[in-house]
Design a protein around this ligand. Structure first.
Ligand SMILES: [Ca+2]
Ligand SMILES: [Ca+2]
Ligand SMILES: [Ca+2]
Ligand SMILES: [Ca+2]
Length: 501
């Protein structure tokens, strides 16, 4: 496919994908039932089939006689799971079975075929082993939402989630603790498509503000959201549960905040957040952020701590078209109400039309290293800064700010180290085609100008540092031989660009 500056920017670290976990099971599922019974060891996982076109509620979940929809399978009690023995939940409760002996057992997989599977609206579903809900190979199953409360050990893969009617609003995937039914843990959502509408080109400001659905809202712990594609949403991915992993998702077209990370232990890795719409001039009261966090303590917002968060290798691109009539100016990484303790912010690219590129108010024991921050145009607002300052009178403390390339800096606090950072005066002197291709030119003064003591081990694309004598400043290590070595040419990088839908 043709190469363009945008495609360069959108490149991300190649990933070696593990073999699909269901291969062996899938083979067995295609065999006659008698043979399956003969070779299936006791307690081993089975694949069940759910097909809105060919299935029926009277089916048995086999490939020849599938069930009707995911909503029907849950409503008919065909899944064995567990709930707490006493409600409201307290930590002394024990789990007891629901639907014991049901056809879908812990560890099983549900294969969903193309068509409408309704809503998966589940409260009280702690699986003893992970139950996988996945698109059957080559199929496109649709859900109107996924709502999981008081649940554990669920894995969703390859599903499309979009509202069943519009205009309307809500959140497409909610993974939530519940005050009465209990907490939620250990859920994976991967390789899913979430959107309000595929095409938002005719949307008004009101549509973006009031009728756009949000993507993910997660209050449960140990939730992993990876490789999903979100389009035309209000908020993208909001996580307040602990130890979340949010990786390699793409959020293209949003009107509020791209990602929010409010829980301790969160990791936000190699995500793409692009195309923010509707600002205050369009009647939107939200301050749009690519990523936002704040603490919440005994005295309210800004009186607690958010700890142990990693932001690595993400791309925040305010907009492909700054002249779009609904363009909104985006705060890149906006963390205004600390304290933010033990954060790692490295190898991110922030290309935005605002002053706040990377801003931390109240940062402690943290690193901001090898990021690239610049404006997408030559006009106000912006150019963006990397800022470290105080929160509600408490100064930042013990922060390393090193090897960054940014249009501006504003650093204050106690023991805030400013090491080998470079101010971008003329972006064209550093980059191939800013802001969309931030590959360093051979003549850039950022080359080999980083401090090896603080440099990241790899750049945003996985290139080992240093190339040449020393690490470069910014998120991309110049490596001409690496440029075409990542297999990117074989992928459709424009798949989620509104320029070639
Ligand atoms: Ca907005
Ligand atoms: Ca915000
Ligand atoms: Ca600007
Ligand atoms: Ca170098």
């Amino acid at each position: 496919m043709p190469r363009s500056p945008l495609s360069r920017l959108l490149r991300s670290l190649p990933e070696s994908r593990p073999a699909p976990p269901c291969v062996a099971v899938a083979v067995r599922a295609a065999l006659p039932l008698v043979l399956v019974a003969a070779i299936a060891p006791p307690g081993s996982a089975i694949v069940h089939h759910v097909d809105p076109i060919a299935g029926s509620a009277a089916g048995d979940g086999t490939v020849l006689n599938p069930w009707l929809s995911l909503e029907q399978v849950w409503a008919d009690g065909l899944i064995e799971t567990r709930v707490w023995d006493e409600l409201p939940y307290d930590p002394d409760d024990v789990l007891e079975p629901v639907n014991p002996g049901a056809p879908v057992q812990p560890g099983d997989t549900l294969w969903l075929y193309g068509g409408d599977h309704g809503a998966f609206d589940v409260r009280g579903a702690y699986n003893e082993q992970t139950i996988t809900v996945a698109a059957a190979p080559g199929e496109t199953p649709y859900l109107s939402r996924i709502e999981l409360e008081a649940a554990q050990n669920w894995h969703f893969r390859g599903l499309t989630v979009r509202p069943s009617q519009w205009p309307s609003s809500g959140t497409l995937v909610r993974i939530q603790d519940h005050g009465w039914w209990g907490p939620t843990w250990d859920v994976v959502v991967e390789d899913c498509e979430l959107y309000t509408a595929l095409d938002a080109s005719s949307w008004t400001a009101i549509d973006w503000i009031d009728n756009a659905w949000s993507g993910f809202n997660v209050t449960g712990d140990r939730v992993e959201i990876r490789g999903n594609r979100l389009r035309n949403v209000r908020h993208g991915i909001t996580v307040s549960g602990e130890d979340a992993v949010v990786s390699r998702n793409r959020i293209d077209g949003f009107s509020a905040d791209g990602m929010r990370g409010l829980g301790d232990g969160g990791a936000f890795l190699y995500n793409v957040v692009m195309n923010a719409f509707v600002g205050s001039g369009h009647g939107d009261g939200n301050h749009d952020d690519g990523f936002q966090s704040w603490s919440n303590g005994p005295g309210g917002v800004g009186t607690g701590e958010v700890r142990d968060v990693v932001l690595r290798g993400n791309l925040f691109l305010n907009g492909e078209d700054p002249d779009h009539p609904l363009h909104s100016t985006l705060q890149g990484i906006g963390c205004f109400d600390g304290l933010f303790v033990n954060w790692t912010v490295e190898d991110n690219v922030v290309a935005t039309d605002h002053w706040h590129g990377i801003s931390f108010y109240g940062m402690v024991d943290s690193r901001i290293v090898n990021n690239t921050v610049l404006d997408i145009n030559d006009s106000s607002p912006g150019p963006p800064w990397i800022r470290v300052t105080s929160s509600n009178g408490t100064p930042s403390e013990n922060v390393v700010v090193a090897n960054n390339l940014s249009t501006s800096y504003s650093l204050s606090g106690t023991n805030v180290l400013d090491a080998s950072n470079r101010t971008i005066v003329d972006a064209a002197s550093h980059f191939v085609a800013p802001p969309l291709d931030l590959t360093l030119l051979a003549t850039s003064t950022a080359l080999d100008a980083g401090d090896a003591l603080h440099a990241t081990a790899r750049d945003r694309l996985g290139v080992a540092r240093p190339q040449g004598a020393l690490p470069d400043q910014g998120a991309l290590e110049r490596c001409p031989g690496c440029l075409f070595a990542d297999g990117f040419e074989s992928q459709d990088a424009y798949a989620w660009s509104r320029r070639s839908p």
